[in-house]
Design a binder for this molecule. Sequence first.
Ligand code: GLN
Length: 483
Amino acid sequence: MFRFKSITEYHNELKEDKTSCLKAVDHYLSRIREHQTLNAFTDVYELEARGKASQLDTKRKAGEPLKRLHGVVIAIKDVICYAGHKATASSRILEKYESIITSSALQFLIDEDAIIIGSCNCDEFAMGSTNENSANGPVLNALDHTKVPGGSSGGSAVAVQADLCMLSLGTDTGGSVRQPADFCGIIGLKPGYGKISRYGVIAYASSFDQVGIFGKNIDDIWLLLEIMSQPDDFDSTMLSINESTNNYMKPGSSIRFGIPRQVMEHASLDPEIGIAISALAEQLKEEGHVVNYFDLSLLDHIVPAYYVLTTAEASSNLSRYDGIRYGHSAGSRAIDPDQFYRINRTEGFGKEVKRRIMLGSFVLSAGYYDAYFSKAQKIRRLLSDSVSEVFNRNDAIIMPTVPSTALPLGVKSNDPIEMYLADIFTVFANLTGLPAISLPLFSHSNNMPFGLQVMTNRSDEVTLQYISKLLMQRSKREPVSIE
Ligand code: GLN
């Protein structure tokens, strides 16, 4: 039986001839088949993955040294372009679209001999928090099939949760990697804005979007980050290496954790989650660390600002799907250009995407720009300014990732406002560009897992890595495992 624990262990077993890349791929292919009801994949590259695995096995046996991701089986969210493969953003409008480019982030993984096993279901154009906005239907949480896996990268999260691959890629615009990681009991990392090239990633809100990583082993997550965060001339919004702070902490030194008071007192927070985080804070203090409660007085403005700014950007980004440049086309059914666009976009987009395009166009319209868009930008600026102050006194912010554990399917799907409000703890990192991670440290009395969110200063992934590792090691929890 094939078992995966970490890339290092897998590579050792390959070197000792205890397993092969083909065995690994076949293991995952058969699990994907067995767990089809989870609806995690939109496409499985069976032949290609098996072919690549055999090639790698031959190269290795011929004595070639192993590249860093030799035979590592990875799944990608259906918004990450891979040349010659479908990239549909789980939308009807791109149903037939096959990408002609490979996103830079993915190319960096392929260059290290990763095996890409398939693309994963998600909320349409990454807009959603439960994966129920997908044109391919919802994804089920493998721990409880009546619950959502979270979104928008729900398929990628479940692919890792249910061991259908070793690691996966998602995207996080307002929490779409951290929130499903929290609901599924796995690790989800959203690097700081500009850390990983967005070239070839279907855009939702460009000043927020980041590629993120799901996994069960913290070292594996950082290896993928290291590989994907190479400079890329195709994305001019990337941070240059010198902008990174690389603020190394000495092992054993005491860490200053900041906790936003308003988060812990928020009415939407499940009391059991609050208690678990407070108890952890107490333990950390006993272990010699420092815990400071600080004010995040703008907390209740965060979600409105996020939805004004992201829908504005989305309304512009999604204008390219008009049936001419890209997407579903009415063909000869339309009698004039107006009707042509109308049919293409009416039939192609789902309800939530249409709602956001309309909202975004509204907040950008001449009459309302100052009332909404300018104000939201001001909130973003104030939040960004407040971050420097917080990190003068703290090495990391810790707080819950989500106010509740995974919800039953269907519960919030007809109430968009309720759904938006549940993003309250994750959108902060995207508005401010901070690196953030959700660590699977807790389980609720309702038997569902939940995570601790950790954020560090802009460009300080190094401190985030150090602290995440420490928190994972001290918790000694076994990774979630599905039959
Ligand atoms: N739930 C948030 C939204 O719907 C986050 C989505 C994301 O991060 N892609 O916008």
